[in-house]
Design a protein around this ligand. Sequence first.
Ligand SMILES: [Zn+2]
Length: 577
Amino acid sequence: MRMSMAKRGVKSGGLKLGLTALVMALSMMVASHAEAAERAIAVTLRPGGVDAAKNISFVDVTLITTQEEGRRGLLRLPLVINNVKTSAMSVENLRARDADGDLALTAGYNPDGVKKYRYWRASRPVHGPVTVTYRIPITNALNPLGAAPPLELRSESGGFSGLVGTYVMLPDSDEPYRLRLNWDFTALGGDALGLSTLGVGTQTSTAKTPDELESTFTMGGHVGHEPGQPATDGFFSAWQGTPPFDARALMQWTHRLYGSYLTFFASPGATYNVFLRRNKINPGGGVEIGNSFVGTFDDGTPVEEFKLTLAHEMVHTFVGGLDEKDELAASWFSEGLAVYYQRLLPLRAGEITREAYLDDLNITAARYYTDLLNTTPNDQIPARFWADTRVRVLPYDRGALYFAQLNAEIVKASHGKRSLDDLVLPFLKRRTAGEKLTQAAWVEVVTRELGDKGKQQFDDMMAGKVIALDSDAFGVCFQRTQKPLRRYVLGFDPTVLVQPRRIIRGLVPGSAAAKAGLKDGDEILKPVPQDGIQADQNAKMKLLVRRGGKVWDVSYLPRGEVVPTWQWMAVDTPGCR
Ligand SMILES: [Zn+2]
């Protein structure tokens, strides 16, 4: 699962009859033998009816697991998953039975485990299929652990959603299971629909460990969806609640863009789902789960910005990451390309305007050139990634500008015949052929294209040398200009914001934070997302602060020194309008 920062951050094989049908029948027989030995768990989700606030207040879960003969340690639920408190402590009406009748279950914990679970053990060895039923209330309480991906069970407007790992008990085992997910909307009626990252309606997963099955996202009930029927290209989307924008139009836009990505990346297509739901803490971002994206909104979420988040996330699905051990150290590649293409592919597909492209490009350039820490070497990023937003944005901003300048060099050296696409697409294809995509392999690719200059440019980027972009790096329709912009200055030690208790220290005298009245020792009561604020020269920092018995709101413009920054502007020539 990869979290995305707010604001920047079914194949249909036509069946052939005749001989093919015979071969299929034979292979199905083989498959049914293989399945007999395979572990499986069938889960039915049955949401309750809607209450006066139009919320679903509980979901009843029935699960049947068949290959637990003689076992006693049966099921488990994580207590916390990706910083989200799960429903493990809220299980009600728990009942179990097997072939011998009622089965008493007792709950326990693993206080010393790396990942903490609540466990359920049977009072005797089980015999035959085990059926377990329980109820999970849906309270819509905010996650007590602070900023986290939108994974907990939530309901709005007759729909509900949540990650399997937050509310569905799974076998206490490391063996692979097939998960069959069924939906029962008897209590909801009407046109209720259930879908998950496995697909629309009843679906069965491939065999995965329970740990992997936890990362299945579910959404059901009265939800909006687009298209009406699952499309042959594999795209499907659903939303819970009412976003402040036209969700259907946005999802039609996303679907068209997805189609253009299939063409650009020469992909045969795969299932791609978009789920949308409300997020009160950090709207506009979301989380990628497998080939799906869970995006979030709140009443003020601007649709044009959100479009580029969706465009960004879909690039990830096609590009993936380098096969390097340290994901953060290699994120210049995945995030750099995702930012580079998030505006370029929609522009080429005619899905955003030239102005929107330019705005987004300038946001990247402004945040990069005003970043006091933009010379941080790449190998220091993993250690400081979560602690300092000015380091965290570097794989995105510096990565994207590295690829932009690389593209400019390739275009120039080939007299317009080649571009970055001609390196990226064949590189990605090597993964399909089973090759590992390493950083060294990428350096080989750029060296083959540009000689030593290609390697030098790469080494400079990794060393933290500020990227110098040509005036026409983004083509003849845009030219470079200089603009004075202000650096992002939080005004106190940034590691304060990643502590469990945010007690201000290292207050910078004379900073906007100090002028707003903050003092060392003040406690910040709510989590603070910074990445978007850093990207916006006019965005205020809003803090809820406590000093002694007094609690009050503090607001200030977290900006300092003015520095010359490169921006791009449109050139007003006929071919460029
Ligand atoms: Zn990303």
